[in-house]
Design a protein around this ligand. Structure first.
Ligand code: HEM
Length: 432
């Protein structure tokens, strides 16, 4: 897909540089001449939006770190002082805090796009696996970042999550002590988390480079799921994809700005404006919204399973719900990539998406009454989707007829909107 380079340096300086470090050539081939399918929809713009948000998080984070004090005695006040005293500090903080939420909105849409269009299927397995690694790193980064303001939810969230490790017999306790830097969440924990919270985004950036490198080797999918067959099926990345990505970024940034400027604390928890108090447990300890489906699965296991007690069971189910994503390319047995051509799977896809949203809601409810049972049903369905629906349906479903090429699909669609028969629209004479 990356193919031979078409870059021609247009002046002496570029010729000189190209012979020594062909960086402009790399950028030109990757972001100007790179052929992308001509039918990419807006669903394909979230990768670019994610790259933008990674940059926003790193830039605002580095400046916040100049004013933040990673000491449990003054961390809370230092964040308040950033908002009140530091020039533009309020903007930095609210961009960073809401940026994390918008980063997760974009990553969930990006992942669900991948699930819908079968982006994880051969030859894009490595792209997908790198994506799951990024997702795990994002979760670790967000979790540690939430501890830094040292509010009540920071403290108690950290206590609950690091407590998971004790579920593992033998090694669990020592791992927890190592992570905390002691036997409870304290100043040493805050220092560790700050250090790691600063480090991990750069690791994410490294994995993103591999992710995009792999993309340039295998090329992008498209809504039909049919691979590129000729140059007629593609358009150059610039201007086509750059304009589309740019427009999508602006729209996404408008929503982001609305939150930053008009409701900056909407996605936060009020308890995090109370300084951490190890002697007072909040009534309900809830994680940030983007962790809620996983939190629901953790709490769904309220019973022992043979030798595995309920706590370990919950932890294994929660980690398993992400680990299973690594195996997705091999669990889906369908030869057809795009859900658009799989009428039965399409229904299951939307049921899966609805189940994920319901699990999120259940994660925000207290673990009492009917909620643990509903969470268990949702958890079973989550796993059944990967372990039963995907492998079995791929073998038994009869997909719709695929177009012979991307171009044929585009022209047929164009013809349909003009009231032409599909055959006529797809013929070369009716082009344009
Ligand atoms: C910081 C996070 C991420 C960044 C910056 C990023 C970036 C990108 C970009 C620029 C693309 C090409 C444009 C597009 O298709 O949207 C892409 C495609 C893709 N990404 Fe990501 N990504 C991230 C996270 C993830 C995650 C978490 C997953 C999966 C778990 C994932 C899986 C994929 C796959 C499979 C493709 C190929 C899509 C296709 O051609 O159908 N990415 N990514």
């Amino acid at each position: 897909m990356s193919g031979p380079s078409s870059y021609v340096p247009n002046n002496g300086v570029m010729r000189w540089l190209d012979a020594r470090l062909p960086l402009p050539r790399l950028l030109y081939d990757s972001f100007v001449a790179f052929p992308v399918p001509r039918n990419l929809s807006y669903a394909y713009t979230f990768g670019g939006i994610l790259a933008l948000f990674l940059a926003i998080q790193i830039l605002t984070g580095v400046v916040l770190a100049m004013h933040y004090a990673a000491n449990s005695g003054i961390a809370f006040q230092s964040v308040e002082s950033i908002v009140r005293d530091v020039n533009w500090g309020w903007l930095l903080r609210y961009m960073h805090a809401n940026g994390a939420s918008f980063f997760f909105i974009a990553v969930y849409l990006h992942i669900f796009r991948g699930l819908y269009y079968g982006s994880y299927k051969a030859p894009r397995e490595i792209m997908w696996i790198l994506g799951v690694v990024i997702f795990l790193l994002m979760m670790a980064t967000a979790f540690m970042g939430y501890v830094l303001p040292w509010g009540q939810m920071s403290f108690w969230g950290a206590t609950v999550i690091t407590g998971f490790f004790t579920a593992f017999p033998g090694i669990g306790g020592p791992i927890q002590t190592l992570l905390l830097g002691g036997f409870a969440v304290d100043n040493a924990t805050l220092n560790r988390f700050f250090s790691l919270h600063y480090l991990l985004p750069f690791m994410i950036a490294g994995v993103v480079i591999l992710h995009i490198w792999a993309l340039h080797v295998v090329g992008q999918t498209n809504p039909t799921g049919v691979e590129i067959k000729s140059s007629k099926d593609t358009v150059p990345f610039t201007p086509h994809a750059t304009i589309k990505d740019g427009f999508a970024m602006v729209v996404f940034l408008v929503f982001f700005a609305y939150f930053v400027f008009y409701m900056p604390n909407y996605m936060g928890h009020p308890d995090n404006y109370i300084p951490a108090n190890p002697l007072q447990t909040p009534a309900h300890i809830v994680p940030e919204w983007y962790f809620l489906p996983f939190y629901a699965m953790l709490r769904a296991i309220t019973f022992n399973i043979g030798p595995i007690d309920s706590k370990l069971g919950g932890v294994l189910v929660m980690f398993g719900s992400i680990i299973i994503l690594f195996f997705l390319p091999w669990l889906d047995t369908s030869r057809v990539r795009s859900t658009a051509y799989r009428p039965i799977y399409k229904i299951f896809f939307w049921v899966f998406a609805a189940n994920a949203v319901v699990l999120g809601w259940l994660g925000s409810r207290p673990a009492e009454g009917i909620y643990p049972l509903l969470s268990l049903v949702g958890t079973i369905y989550y796993f059944a989707h990967f372990l039963i629906v995907l492998p079995v349906l791929g073998l038994v479903e009869t997909p719709k007829k695929l177009p012979n090429s991307i171009t044929e699909a585009v022209l047929a669609k164009r013809g349909a909107t003009r009231g032409l028969p599909a055959g006529a629209a797809a013929s070369p004479e009716t082009k344009g």
